[in-house]
Design a protein around this ligand. Structure first.
Ligand code: 13P
Ligand code: SF4
Length: 402
């Protein structure tokens, strides 16, 4: 059991989150050498890629892609830049992309334009002869980084000594492969924001208590939807002995929430929602469930990335939406739905600083490398971890989507 209190450690990806924030509207890519001025960790690239303009990079990616043909499949998360998403064979949220990866058995190379945990998941779900590539190895996720594997394993061991029976581990997709494997080994499940409710219901059919990694907000918002009061939820602080909880608090809880959050979605506030309603009395406010409880409660609707897209696309012309999710998606929705008024609740343009690290120079570099027979930035999960993580992922893929 952990007995020593440790110094809280903020992941570097969280500290770097505001590096790309700006007050002008433009999200257009600049040559990588200019973007390197943002104070974040970047994977170094060969010099000849650094000064290329976005148009030149675009042409080179197109050429490499044409040469590779069916050997290459590009997956793109909706939070990617426009200069990247235009090359995606499939775009989706975490859930859809994991489904595409599981179904895809042909392409030899799967280039994942998203973040590290997504590429790991794709490696687990694709076949043994397929190679998954993450264009920039520094594209992690601050939320996933808030649950280092060692801390999660310690927490599971500590909790298992207190709760002898009926504790089910559930992890959000945004976590390491090791944590997914912990869930697979212990009859748990993975979920995404589009099926968290179903995953929690699934878990409560098998046990009495859930340990949820690593997003306390998605965990809390999902539990509230299932009628679990906040009094029956506790937050596990990985820096404190026994998560900062007493044994009684743990025994009396129904949901134990890991103390993690998304650095992008926790920027949205109730004040922003009130201001949007003052400016546009007929606005519909739609937010992602990684936002804090007060924001989700103040919004008109909440749901996964695909849910938000569907709500906007299905709405009649003239509708007004204030949206609380990643800015690349919001600005794309605004462009693709010119007959509606669509804006971000946050007046500061603040892309996810890890998703944003997939600059087109990295996509050009990995694609041209493949043409030359060089596989760079391959993501591989060891077979034992992959086996158990796959169990928890397959359990998720067999749930009915909400
Ligand atoms: P979804 O793709 O499940 O909507 O999650 C959003 C997100 O933050 C991905 O990192
Ligand atoms: Fe991670 Fe949040 Fe970025 Fe998604 S949006 S990759 S959860 S930091």
């Amino acid at each position: 059991m952990i007995t020593v209190e440790r110094q809280p450690k903020v992941p570097i990806t969280d500290i770097e989150q505001s590096a790309f924030c700006r007050t002008d509207e433009s999200l257009e890519a600049k040559p990588l050498i200019e973007e390197f001025k943002a104070k974040v960790e970047w994977q170094p690239l060969p010099k000849d890629y650094m000064g290329l303009k976005p148009d030149e990079l675009s042409d080179r990616i197109a050429v490499a892609r044409a040469k590779l043909g069916d050997q290459l499949m590009i997956l793109g998360h909706h939070y990617q830049r426009d200069e990247i998403i235009k090359f995606a064979d499939y775009r989706g949220d975490s859930y859809l992309l994991s489904q595409y990866a599981a179904k895809q058995k042909e392409a030899e190379y799967v280039v994942f334009c998203g973040v590290h945990f997504m590429a790991e998941t794709a490696d687990i779900l694709t076949g043994p002869n397929q190679k998954v590539i993450l264009p920039n190895m520094k594209a992690g996720c601050s939320m996933a980084d808030m649950a280092p594997t060692e801390d999660a394993l310690d927490a599971w061991a500590d909790l298992s000594a207190v709760v002898l029976d009926g504790l089910i581990p559930v992890t959000y997709m945004n976590s390491t492969a090791d944590i997914k494997a912990l869930c697979g080994r212990n009859e748990g499940i993975v979920c995404t924001s589009s099926n968290a409710t179903e995953a929690f219901q699934w878990a409560f059919r098998r046990g009495e208590k859930i340990l949820f990694f690593p997003d306390q907000h998605l965990g809390r918002n999902t539990s509230l939807k299932l009628g679990i009061p906040v009094e029956e939820m506790v937050v596990w602080n990985p820096f404190k002995p026994l998560g900062g909880l007493t044994e009684d608090e743990i025994r009396n809880s129904k949901v134990i929430l890991w103390q993690g959050h998304c650095s992008v979605h926790t920027r949205f506030t109730v004040k922003q929602i009130n201001e949007a309603r003052e400016k546009f009395p007929d606005v519909q406010v739609v937010v992602h469930p990684e936002c804090v409880q007060e924001v989700v409660e103040a919004a008109d609707m909440d749901g996964s990335t695909e849910f938000i897209i569907k709500v906007v696309e299905d709405a009649p012309a003239g509708s007004v939406f204030g949206i609380g999710t990643e800015i690349n998606l919001v600005s794309r929705l605004a462009k693709e739905n010119p007959d509606k008024t669509i804006f971000s609740l946050d007046p500061v343009v603040c892309p996810c600083a890890t998703m944003y690290r997939i600059h087109p120079a990295y996509l050009a570099w990995v694609a041209e490398g493949l043409v030359a027979g060089k596989v760079a930035n391959q993501i591989t999960v060891n077979e034992d971890t992959a086996h158990y993580a796959r169990l928890a992922l397959e359990q998720m893929l067999s749930l009915k989507r909400g």
